[in-house]
Design a protein around this ligand. Structure first.
Ligand code: PGA
Length: 277
């Protein structure tokens, strides 16, 4: 990045410096986790505006944002103002360590930018051809690099109508975690495909039902104590007005938020719901 680009980012950040969020050092073991998935949205300037709107509030909730690759570095610079209370994540990575993979990004590259999370197996990527086997290789590579994989699982509308939600999710979970011995750094996101970007969120009961299945599956494989430590996020049309009702469910530990993570008012609303839930 040229010096002038870095200055530009810093000048956007410095436009209003009052009321920085509270420190992020509070013990996170019982805190909810809200991750914003920006998908292929946002510019440098829009990112700065979003963070300007997030300032000045104490969060009792862990928060992360996953910008597109070109925005990772600018956003990393902007996040310094939040003293680590908002973490950085990426939306994908390649499973290989390095090499001839044009257009791809490695775990080491994400780690160098301090990415704490990487979303893996999102349904939009599965629809573009990503297989369970590839997702599994990526999960293992992320863990090896010290990045927390956010493993996405979820059924389609047809699969739900056939009563196969649990079966599909368990199979994706087993495949995604195949060969993973220590699950303590993993995050699982239940994202029913029919609820993503449709405004038609799962009801809290529908989501809780699948989350319990995920928790039980993890408990069978890794033991109850390890399973209870894995954050299970719900994703799919999470908005300020449904966040609290989802957050109060026993096995819903947070949210993976698409559309509502792109502006400060909605993202704050969701964070607020999960902080209270
Ligand atoms: P949405 O997306 O909140 O816009 O439905 C969620 C996601 O795909 O992660």
């Amino acid at each position: 990045m040229t010096e002038s680009m870095e200055q530009y980012i810093r000048s956007l950040v410095e436009k209003s410096v009052q009321g920085v969020l509270a420190d992020g050092t509070i013990n996170s073991s019982r805190r909810k986790l809200v991750i914003g998935n920006w998908k292929m949205n946002m510019s440098i300037e829009e990112s700065a505006l979003l963070f300007e709107g997030l300032r000045g509030e104490e969060q009792a909730c862990d928060v992360a944002v996953c910008p597109p690759f070109p925005l990772l570095y600018p956003v990393k610079v902007m996040l310094a103002q939040f003293q680590d209370s908002i973490a950085l994540g990426a939306q994908n990575m390649h499973w290989a360590e390095k090499g001839a993979h044009t257009g791809e990004v490695s775990a080491a590259m994400l780690k160098e930018l301090d990415c704490r999370y990487v979303i893996l197996g999102h349904s939009e990527r599965r629809q573009a051809g990503e297989t369970d086997e590839e997702v599994n290789l990526k999960v293992k590579q992320a863990l090896a690099a010290g990045i927390q994989p956010v493993l996405c699982v979820g059924e389609t509308k047809d699969e739900r109508e056939q009563g196969r939600s649990g079966e599909v999710v368990v199979s994706q979970l087993h495949a995604g975690l195949d060969g993973v011995e220590d699950v303590s750094s993993a995050v699982v996101a239940y994202e029913p495909v029919w609820a993503i970007g449709t405004g038609l969120a799962a009801t809290p009961e529908q989501a809780q039902d699948v989350h319990r299945t995920i928790r039980e599956t993890l408990a069978n494989q890794y033991g109850a104590s390890a399973a209870s430590g894995v954050p299970l996020l719900y994703g799919g049309s999470v908005k300020p007005d449904n966040a609290l009702s989802l957050a109060v469910m026993d096995d819903i530990d947070g949210a993976l938020v698409g559309g509502a993570s792109l502006n400060a008012v909605d993202f704050k609303g969701v964070i607020d719901g999960f902080t209270r839930g």
